[in-house]
Design a protein around this ligand. Structure first.
Ligand SMILES: *Cc1c(COP(=O)(O)O)cnc(C)c1O
Length: 394
């Protein structure tokens, strides 16, 4: 079954190891987007909201995405960006714990999650604090002062993966609310939201779900608490009756209340098409294959490129779908690799990141990528001015 390379548009000769940042274009998505623009927007104009089901897309696609993250029907809503969804989840979580003041996170979290939590805290002016600890000390840091544990499941730099079930349980034992960020998990690793019983989860769809740059984010709320949430971002499309245009806000039914404003219809079309690829795939198979490819990569790199140091956990159970190696000249090496057709990326201070997505990668790709990496390192091909100059987006 895997890979399904022919379902993606990939430039000839490119080995793409950056699906953890931006997934490639599914071939069917290009056509779906064109049809949405020309046939729907072009021909139906405003009637598209009814005729083409645009208004229901965020919920319909939430239900398509749900099985991939172990969530039940009507618990997932698409929309906005992940930063916004973090804000929504943390604010709702804090409102469930009015007597507690700590938002607990770890130093491996993606900066926007921490920025948004801090921005919210400053805005609320209710004496909350953001406590950031080393990820290794997470369980021990959860005490009864903690209102919300806000964690990213898979570390964007190292690929280190938290034990979702165990940490959620520890949060609940201390009476805290659990918010998981699945940015590097959805479509990459097995996630069982309903089973782990976390209250909230958020994530994006442009990484391992391949819905394109700017694709909508998602938010999950555990169904037994959704009706008690009063959304802080009380936009009209989260209202119970948006087209009644009432003077007062009343939250909509269930997870509908986490909608804010007009959905990005064209990007939703890309997402719909990207999610269709998963109808014939099992996340368990994808995960298994990704472990095999990652292990092959680690073994070959360690054998042939001894100047690089593995920065990801060695045990696959503790690692997501990406592998990072540390090297002082990592940025220049990645630029040189890109110029040789192998696309990875770089994260400060010295991490070279490689994502292994078995949808469009196979063993031969992994071997060729290591061949090129070996050549670039052993011949110091990276040591050139053009590769050292930092670009705006790394
Ligand atoms: C990629 C990523 C984001 C990006 O947020 P946007 O609002 O979509 O730009 C946020 N959090 C984590 C953990 C990420 O990996």
């Amino acid at each position: 079954m895997l890979p399904i390379k022919d379902q993606f548009v990939l430039p000839e000769g490119m080995i793409y190891l950056d699906g953890n940042s931006l997934g490639p274009l599914p071939a069917a998505a290009a056509q779906r987007i064109a049809a949405t623009v020309q046939d729907q927007w072009g021909q139906h104009l405003i009637t598209g909201w009814n005729k083409d089901g645009w208004m229901h897309q965020p919920a319909v696609l939430g239900n398509r995405l749900a099985p991939l993250i172990g969530a039940a029907k009507d618990t997932v809503m698409l929309g906005d960006t992940l930063s916004i969804k973090v804000f929504q989840a943390v604010s709702a979580a804090l409102s469930l714990k009015p007597d507690r003041s700590v938002v607990l996170s770890d130093s491996g979290n993606f900066p926007t999650d921490l920025y948004m939590a801090n921005g919210l805290i400053e805005h609320l002016k209710q004496g909350h604090v953001l406590r950031v600890v080393d990820p290794i000390n997470m369980i021990d840091s959860i005490d009864e002062s903690v209102a919300v544990v806000l964690l990213t499941h898979v570390d964007y730099r190292t690929g280190r993966m938290h034990d979702m079930a165990r940490i959620t349980q520890a949060a609940h034992e201390a009476g805290a609310i659990m918010v998981w960020d699945l940015a590097h998990s959805a479509g990459a690793v097995v996630v069982e939201l309903d089973a782990c019983q976390c209250e909230f989860a958020v994530g994006c769809t442009y990484k391992y779900l391949n819905a394109g740059p700017g694709a909508p984010a998602f938010i999950y709320i555990r169904p037994d608490i959704v009706e008690s949430i009063n959304p802080i971002l009380s936009g009209w499309l989260g209202h119970d009756a948006p087209f009644a245009f009432e003077a007062e806000y009343r939250p909509g039914h269930g997870v509908e209340r986490l909608r804010v404003g007009t959905p990005p219809v064209i990007q939703m079309a890309a997402l719909e098409s990207a999610l269709e690829l998963w109808q014939h795939l099992s996340i368990h198979d994808v995960r298994q294959r990704s472990i095999e490819l990652s292990e092959l990569f680690i073994a070959l790199v360690e054998q042939r490129c001894p100047m690089l140091t593995l920065a990801s956990p060695r045990r696959s159970e503790e690692r997501g779908s990406q592998v990072s190696f540390a090297f002082d000249h990592g940025y220049a090496v990645i630029q040189a690799l890109i110029s040789h057709g192998v696309v990875g990326d770089f994260r400060q201070p010295n991490l070279m990141r490689f994502g292994f997505t078995p949808l469009y990668l196979d063993e031969q790709d992994v071997r060729s990528a290591v061949d090129k990496l070996d050549t670039i390192l052993s011949q110091s091909l990276w040591d050139r001015e053009e590769f050292r100059a930092m670009k705006a987006v790394t």
